[in-house]
Design a protein around this ligand. Sequence first.
Ligand code: PGA
Length: 242
Amino acid sequence: MNVFAANWKMHLGPADARDYVTTFLRTYTPQPDRAVWFFPPAVSLQAVADALAGKEGLLAGAQDIHWEPKGAFTGAISGPLAAQAGARAVLVGHSERRHLFGETDAETGRKLDAAVAAGLHPVLCVGETLAQRERGETLAVVTRQLAAAVKSGVDVTIAYEPVWAIGTGRNATPQDAAAVHRAIRRWLEARATPIIRILYGGSVNLKNAAELLAERELDGVLVGGASLDPVAWAQLVQTRIS
Ligand code: PGA
């Protein structure tokens, strides 16, 4: 089963999101070997969840949650609030949260716990910066990020997203990604994680998706920019996997 996850970031309000899903559903032919997960901004979560309700293999998720279930945290949403809006999954520790908003490994870990407590499937994002890669620290960074958040026996999807590949047009090669995925897989196996699913993210688009997905280490992709057009996204989701 391959997962195609669309991270809309700060795009597509409720009305645009509804139009998007209508167009996507018209263009997309459901395929039994793939699931499509949508991560709209919080204001559009309910619109997307409602539009996808009862559709096999399609779900909506939140882009971020606070670690507390409720309280005085102006501007934040919690796991239970996201779940009430129809979310079934959540991105945790996306590099933009870590690097633009200063989220620490410890905070990411608390958010992952909060996701599980709220019944949301966590998609933990990990990845190194260019400077870290050039210093040969990729595996050390990724392992540190995993260790801070993943508990034994918890069902989690990992998204390996090298920071230097996000939104830059410069994707990791399938071989680069596979080497890191293998290390992540070994790390998870040692901790008896129930289902091991590792997505790649960072400048995935219609042109490079087939080559990346041909690499067996990839169980799917997490896509930002190239997920914003519903027709192109439906095409990307239907990429032939060799
Ligand atoms: P991108 O973003 O596809 O625009 O590089 C990926 C992500 O941030 O999840």
